[in-house]
Every structure is written in C-alpha cells, then in structure tokens.
Design a protein around this ligand. Structure first.
Ligand SMILES: [Mg+2]
Length: 399
C-alpha cells in the first residue's frame, strides 16, 4: 500500500472574548495542524502535528522535508518510515518542529494501519487494558478583561470548579504562575474549599517558577492536598526538577515539552518526574509513544498523556491511553497515581468539540476509547472546511 499524497490543513478558530491566559501566553484562537495521508488503495489516515505553537512551521516541514522521502513508500511500515525521517532530520531536528511533524505523519500512518486491518490502533499495539478512562478537567485558567483582579480571579475559579463538579468530574487541574505566588495560592485554596477534600486536584505552572518559588508553591499545594504539581520549572532544568522532587512530597508531573524516547530518558534517568506526560502529537507519534511507555515502565514511572488539540489529537491520545498499564499493578486499583487519567481540556475549542462526526462520549468523567478501525474517528468535512485557513498537498499521481 503506497503513500500517494499528503495533505495538510491549518485550522484556526478565533476565540473572541473567550480568550484565556496562562503563565506564558494568551490564547486568542485555537489552532491545529491536521494531516491526511492518502494511499494508492484509496485508504486515508488522519493525524495531528504539534501543540501550542504556530502550526504552519510543521506544515512546511511536512511538505518540504518529509514528503519527498515518504511518497511512494509502504504506508504500513511505520517503523522504517519513522526511523528514516528521524535519522534524516537528526542534524537539525531531534526536538520541536521536525518531531511535531513526524508525530502527525506517524499518527496518520497508524490510522491507515488500523483501517487496513479493520481494528482500532490499540488492538494492533497489543490490546487494551481498558475501554474507558477516567478523565480530568483541564481548566481554571485566567480569564476576563483584567487577569490581575485577584478577587475576580478567585470568584471565577470557584464558579468554574463548581461547574466541573456538577458535570460529574472528580478530578480538576488548574493553572498557576501568572499571578504573584500568594495570590495563586489563594486561587488554589478557593478551589479546594469549593470542591471539598475528596476531589483530586492538580496544578500546572507551565514552567513559570525558579527553584525557590517552585518550592514555595509546591509546599502550599502540599498543604492543600493537591495530587500533582506540573511543570514547575523550565524544561531545560532537569536537574532542578530532580532536586525539587527530593525537596517536596507532592508528585512532580512533567514531559509535555519534551520529545522522543531520548528526551524522556533524560527526565527518567535524572529522577525528574513522578508522572511522565508525553504528548502523542508532539513526542514522536504513536510509534514513539509506545517506546516511551516501555521506558517509563522500566523506570516504574506512571504515565498520564498530555493532550491539547483537536479531536484528532485526542483520539490518538485515547488510543495510546488504552495500552498504558497500571504502574505498578494492583488487583483492585486504589491509588489514582497508578492509573492513567485522560487530560480533557475544557477550554473553548470547536476543533475539539465539533470536528468529529461522532464526538467523544463522556459518561460522568469517563471517556470511552474509540473502538472503530484506526483512530476510530470520522472527520466532519463541513467543519473541516469551515475552520481551514490554509491547505497544501504534496504528491498525487503515484496511483
Ligand atoms: Mg501542562
């Protein structure tokens, strides 16, 4: 089955007055880069490349660098194709845009593999540990016209947290790192007060702190019985993260800004992560996700995937989540940290909610892992056309 053509779609959904902030930036739009790979049999596969970046860079890499190497190759041979693209781009790649692009291509090829076999990706990867997964709500960002209005921010996170509880979530992650530490502590304390002691709360700084500030915030989160402290330090500060992990009792979660098995190995070797969070659309795709999972099990480190994107990225994350074992195994899982959860972004994003013909089903806080062939999703062509701002095709004609 030969790869006949590769199409990319840059999707953008402006947020208008629904824009939101975190420690590093403001989201004024949601953007995704979708990839559709076509084969000489007529089978097509969908992928998504990259997160939290200007997606056009990955599109350029796909067409200018990757396409000439993969067009005409066997679409079912994900391993040699991955190795070829990674090796070819090693001298100027290894992280960031080239690996984002490679991730999207790899996901689309796995979609094709699954469709060719008539089975979901997780079945081809060895079989599922679960057909539903507990999700947690990612929210509690900074919103409104004046994000430095502390009283307003506290009222807002209380309201928002209450909304998640009413919708059936028992696990919620909120942002810190934009306001002074004392004010962010007040916000997180308000959330704990609002939801009560039984809820699982996590906090994410998006690498906003230096070591000293991270200790202070980490200790406050410990007192509030938070379940993990995510990306306290910049991703380059692996040693700092390892030292922080020794200093604090709250688990440190990290990995969304890291790439491939090689990057994850550095985090694991250094003892920098209690919970590893690769993003399948960025870390190297589903092929690399499997290898990272093997590494994490060798280091006895639980994995909760980072997920942030359109329905395609979330479908890829769900397929891999199906094959994550409990780390460690127990007959009746009682410790939430042993079980993978699914990151369910609750910020406005029509590319997540409307792009799939059949949206993900949420029963309480459980998400059903798609069971159809490949990623188990169909794209709503009307919605795709509505949000596509740029498209490009390489190939066609090897048929
Ligand atoms: Mg994060």
């Amino acid at each position: 089955m030969k790869i006949d053509h590769i199409e990319t779609f840059v999707l953008k959904a402006p947020l208008g007055d629904q824009r939101f902030y975190w420690s590093q930036s403001c989201a004024t739009e949601r953007a995704s880069l979708l990839i559709r790979i076509g084969t000489d049999t007529g089978l097509v596969g969908w992928g998504e490349a990259g997160v939290s970046m200007p997606v056009e860079h990955a599109a350029a890499f796909i067409h200018d660098v990757a396409a000439p190497r993969v067009l005409g190759k066997n679409a079912l041979e994900t391993e040699p194709l991955w190795h070829d693209l990674y090796s070819y781009s090693r001298d100027f790649g290894r992280k960031s845009t080239p690996i984002d692009a490679l991730s999207g291509i790899d996901i689309a090829l796995w979609d094709i593999r699954g469709k060719e076999a008539g089975r979901p990706v997780h079945a081809l990867m060895g079989g599922a540990f679960r057909d539903t997964v507990r999700s947690y709500a990612t929210g509690l960002y900074y919103r409104g016209n004046d994000v430095r209005d502390v009283a307003g921010a506290i009222a807002q996170v209380r309201d928002e947290a209450r909304g998640y509880v009413e919708r059936g979530f028992t696990a919620i992650k909120g942002k810190v790192g934009l306001l002074p530490i004392r004010d962010d502590i007040k916000r997180m304390a308000a959330v704990r007060d609002e939801v009560g002691a039984d809820f699982l709360l996590m906090s994410d700084a998006n690498h906003a702190y230096n070591f000293h500030s991270a200790v202070r915030m980490g200790q406050a989160l410990e007192e509030l019985d938070f379940h993990w402290f995510e990306e306290p330090l910049v991703p380059e500060d692996v040693e700092g993260c390892a030292a922080l992990r020794k200093k604090l009792s709250i688990p440190i979660a990290t990995g969304e800004c890291e790439y491939t098995r090689y990057g994850m190995l550095e985090l694991l070797k250094a003892g920098a992560a209690d919970i590893l969070q690769p993003d399948i659309s960025a870390c190297g795709g589903l092929s690399e996700g499997q290898k990272i999972l093997a590494l994490a099990t060798a280091y006895h480190t639980p994995v909760c995937l980072h997920a942030w994107g359109s329905g395609v990225a979330l479908a890829a994350a769900l397929q891999l989540t199906a094959i994550i074992p409990s780390i460690p195994h127990t007959a009746f899982p009682v410790a939430p940290e042993n079980e993978p959860m699914f990151e369910y972004d609750r910020n406005p994003n029509p590319l997540r909610d409307d792009l799939l013909s059949e949206p993900f089903t949420l029963e309480g806080e459980s998400v059903r892992i798609p069971q159809g062939p490949g990623l188990g999703i169909e794209i709503n062509q009307k919605v795709l056309a509505q949000f596509t701002v740029a498209g490009r095709t390489s190939g066609r004609g090897t048929k």
